[in-house]
Design a protein around this ligand. Structure first.
Ligand SMILES: NC(=O)c1ccc[n+]([C@@H]2O[C@H](COP(=O)([O-])OP(=O)(O)OC[C@H]3O[C@@H](n4cnc5c(N)ncnc54)[C@H](OP(=O)(O)O)[C@@H]3O)[C@@H](O)[C@H]2O)c1
Length: 200
């Protein structure tokens, strides 16, 4: 049975990806790559088809073992990690070294247009190493309204963002997770493409 590694599995998108994948009748075994296996076991209690492996973006000594016998990787960038050469180059290098060719990367809408954001650099890194890829470029998460933006909405009745004159909309994390899970399953049909995910 093939094995797909899910990074950021306990977060907004990763948890939805794991949920959808575990509900599908898939030929993949889901490997949840996390800093705390105990925490992940409680988050995913009752889910089927899961394995757990210790993985830390900030500790390259965890890469080798967690990528062993993996066929496909769902990669995301935890928001606090911006130094792509420090955290992501060694990881992509190890993915390549272990002969894993398929990477689905959670990027962001507009990543292709901005040379400064880490998502742009990670997309380029994946291409530089010659991996097959799917880039998911979602717009703003709807759930930001009830998390990061909630304080300003409650106290100032405003949504304050460094958006300039950009037009953008929101998308539910559940929809992103579902698309990601579908594309993980159908990777060969959709590979080497980027998909902008928005509400229309
Ligand atoms: N917010 C938006 O509107 C928006 C829109 C488009 C794209 N994005 C992009 O989406 C990404 C964030 O996704 P998200 O919201 O799903 O993330 P999130 O909810 O912040 O979750 C981060 C995940 O990364 C894990 N993590 C953190 N540090 C780690 C480390 N050192 N090693 C291993 N795992 C670690 C966390 O696990 P623990 O349980 O160990 O903490 C958690 O599972 C960012 O790259 C962001 O730019 C965001």
């Amino acid at each position: 049975m093939k094995r797909v590694l899910i990074t950021g599995a306990t977060g907004n998108i990763g948890s939805e990806v794991v949920r959808f994948l575990s509900e599908y009748d898939t030929s993949y075994r889901i490997v949840v790559a996390v800093r705390s296996i105990d925490k992940a076991k409680s988050v995913f209690k009752g889910y089927r088809n899961l394995d757990f492996v210790h993985f830390d973006f900030e500790d390259p000594s965890t890469f080798d073992k967690s990528l062993l016998n993996i066929d496909r990787v769902f990669l995301l960038r935890p928001p606090h990690l911006s130094d792509v050469d420090k955290y992501f180059r060694p990881l992509i290098c190890e993915i390549k070294r272990q002969g894993i060719s398929d990477v689905i990367f959670l990027s962001v809408q507009g990543a292709e247009k901005s040379k400064v954001i880490p998502h742009n650099k990670i997309e380029n890194l994946i291409k530089e190493y010659g991996l097959d890829f799917i880039f998911l470029r979602p717009s703003y998460f709807m759930q930001n309204l009830t998390t990061t933006l909630l304080k300003d909405i409650k106290n100032k009745r405003q949504i304050i963002l460094p958006a300039g004159k950009a037009k953008f909309n929101c998308i539910d994390i559940e929809n992103i997770g579902e698309v990601a899970a579908l594309l993980i399953n159908k990777f060969p049909e959709y590979k080497n493409s980027a998909y902008e995910l928005t509400v229309y």
